[in-house]
Design a protein around this ligand. Structure first.
Ligand code: FES
Ligand SMILES: [Fe+2]
Length: 399
């Protein structure tokens, strides 16, 4: 993020702090609880936004060297993503061209060859068949019929995008938009090293998981013993662009930084940028690295999803070990683990309780406040994409 933008955002946060205000969406927004339980809507979300769109599957550092790979079935299609010998990011259907078994069963690692455990056909990192037992006895088969089926894959600004449909297309200009595209280019995500990967299978709709990241109104209550120690609650900056939005949360370090000369101001110390990429990806760059959070529906069950919380660290913090390196490593390990555990033990406990109420039909509707504009935008955005009634903003909620 350009420094003048950092200063502008910090001034906005400081103004809110001094005035005791927060961003204002201009009204409240009731939303039907059926959005978390409706099986028909869930089926469309899965088909149109998860099976039918390119997704961020990780960061460049996940595939740091030739032969590095990761696998996922988060988008339905078994997927194998690799860095080939030329350093090019590639993705394939992780299914052997002999009889369809998973070729790679590990979640991540590095290999020269990917060998199918069934009959030992082996593939290189470019997806080409590198060998098979008894080729003379197997029979004649064209090379085009033996390579792993490629999936559309593109790497930009240190983010890895894959479309789960071999016939799908990736349009990152459209997916990111010009604003995110420009701002992502300043964060150097390509220099991050993966440190920690957590996955939480949670009994709530994937959108309830996303909702927990959409405001800081809850910090003083739900996170009073954790995040509230380092963040001001109910203070943030907010802006949206098409189907994406960005929040800036307010760290308590701003109280000290505001007295320093502006050229020393740093938004990753004074705040926490939170980028939400439609439909399910949250990127939070901060002083030591970045968190990547993604929520994936469980097909066939609107009340369940899996969240992935990945922590990446700045490479320069690893490459220049000094006397204080052990201390830095401790701090970073605590941040990585602590943040994931807060999400699991605090936010997602709430999300599961919300889901139970929604499943029971206990409430027809819930309400997003004026101070929760990201949730207005998010719920309006997906309703628009589905062609469903778009929740409206009202001056007051009445019976
Ligand atoms: S299914 Fe993979 S080698 Fe036979
Ligand atoms: Fe939270």
């Amino acid at each position: 993020m350009q420094h003048d933008e950092q200063v502008r955002l910090m001034k906005e946060l400081i103004a809110h702090l001094d005035a005791g205000t927060n961003v204002d969406a201009g009204g409240l927004m009731p939303q039907s609880t059926s959005t978390y339980t409706d099986a028909g809507q869930a089926a469309r979300e899965w088909r149109e936004w998860f099976r039918g769109m390119p997704h961020c599957v990780g960061m460049s550092g996940d595939l740091a060297e030739p032969g590095a790979f990761l696998t996922t079935e988060d988008l339905g299609t078994p997927m194998l993503a690799t860095r080939d010998t030329e350093g090019v990011f590639r993705a394939f259907v992780n299914s052997c061209r002999h009889r369809g078994a998973l070729v790679e069963t590990e979640a991540r690692g590095t290999r020269r060859r990917f060998t199918c455990p069934f009959h030992a056909w082996s593939y290189d990192a470019s997806g080409d068949l590198a060998g098979m037992p008894k080729p003379d006895q197997f029979g004649d088969i064209d090379a085009e019929c033996t390579s792993l089926v490629p999936l559309p894959a593109e790497e930009r600004h240190g983010l890895l995008f894959v479309h789960p449909d071999p016939d799908g297309t990736i349009d990152l200009d459209e997916l990111l938009g010009a604003w995110f595209d420009g701002e992502f280019s300043t964060w150097h995500f390509d220099r991050l090293v993966p440190i920690n990967h957590d996955a939480y299978d949670t009994a709530c709709n994937w959108k309830l998981a996303m909702d927990t990241f959409g405001e800081t109104y809850h910090f003083a209550s739900l996170h009073k013993d954790t995040l509230f120690n380092s963040f001001h609650g109910n203070v943030q900056c907010y802006a949206d662009d098409g189907h994406n939005h960005r929040m800036i949360l307010c760290r308590r370090d701003i109280d000290e930084m505001r007295d320093r000369p502006e050229h020393e101001w740093d938004i990753t110390v004074a705040g926490l940028p939170v980028y939400w990429l439609f439909p399910n990806t949250i990127i939070m760059p901060f002083r030591f690295g970045c968190f990547l959070v993604r929520a994936y529906p469980t097909p066939g069950d609107p009340g369940r999803h899996v969240s992935r919380v990945d922590f990446y660290m700045k490479r320069e913090l690893l490459e220049h070990p000094g006397p204080e390196q052990a201390e830095i490593n401790d701090v970073i390990a605590n941040i990585a683990q602590g943040f994931s555990e807060i999400i699991r033990d605090e936010d997602y406990v709430m999300a599961e309780s919300q889901q139970r109420a929604a499943n029971a039909g206990a409430l027809d509707r819930i309400v997003f406040g004026r101070n929760e504009p990201a949730l207005h935008h998010y719920h309006q955005t997906y309703a628009r994409k589905l062609g469903r009634p778009v929740p409206t903003i009202v001056d007051a909620v009445t019976p």
